[in-house]
Write a protein that binds this ligand. Structure first.
Ligand code: G3P
Length: 217
């Protein structure tokens, strides 16, 4: 499963990229606003840090203007992936852009039927929002299972990008279902490394090593 980080903050992206485990970045208008940075400038900077897809979202709601915005965004770098909302105009834009060889991430997916439409529109990625479903008392992971089943039934190449990830259990469940990608805030990715027994084990080994009085270097 590929790991994308869901943020527009440069330092966490640099830190995770340095681990060699980061496959891409997703942003959205809310994350850009939170960063306080200029959209074009911060997107360019992110594209220079990671080689994988960097999602940059259009903000127009009509197809013609979405295409104009995508034209500007895709010139930023070769690894820009245009993010469009799951609407009629968004999917028209998706079809046109992927037909031209541009990567497209279809966002704000909340049903398996929507995911089916996105795959038919040639989406590179579909982003189902699991956390927001959970917030509404619906198990977001059921949606991922349904989309996996449908995409496998028809051998769709659209990658399932699990979004709105809130905790490490979402990551585990996404991997068990066989999602292609997950995008999570930096904290959740850092939490994946942690286990209390790992910390305790290191503590014990260090204490015993000190007793030997030896050094490797
Ligand atoms: O980038 C889209 C998605 O990951 C948003 O997550 O936490 O705002 O529901 P959240």
């Amino acid at each position: 499963m590929k790991f994308f980080v869901d943020t527009a903050e440069i330092e966490p992206i640099r830190e995770l990229a340095a681990t060699g485990l980061l496959d891409g970045v997703t942003t959205n208008p809310s994350l850009i606003a939170k960063s306080g940075r200029d959209f074009m400038e911060v997107t360019r900077e992110i594209c220079g840090i990671v080689d994988g897809p960097v999602s940059a979202e259009v903000v127009a709601l009509d197809h013609a203007t979405m295409m104009k915005e995508a034209e500007v965004l895709r010139k930023i770098a070769d690894n820009v992936c245009i993010k469009v909302p799951l609407t009629v105009d968004g999917l028209k834009t998706c079809k046109a852009l992927t037909g031209e060889g541009t990567m497209v991430n279809v966002t704000l997916c909340f049903s398996a039927n929507q995911a089916l439409l996105a795959a038919k529109a040639g989406a590179t990625f579909i982003s189902p929002f699991v956390g927001r479903h959970d917030d509404n008392g619906v198990d977001g992971m059921d949606l991922i299972e349904d989309i996996r089943l449908i995409y496998d039934n028809y051998a769709f190449e659209t990658e399932i990008l699990v979004a709105s990830v809130r905790h490490v259990t979402h990551v585990l469940q996404a991997a068990k279902i066989g999602a292609d990608v997950m995008t999570a805030p930096p904290k959740v990715i850092h939490d994946l490394f942690k286990h209390v027994l790992t910390d305790k084990g290191i503590e014990g080994f260090m204490a015993d090593w000190a007793k030997t009085g030896q050094s490797i270097l």
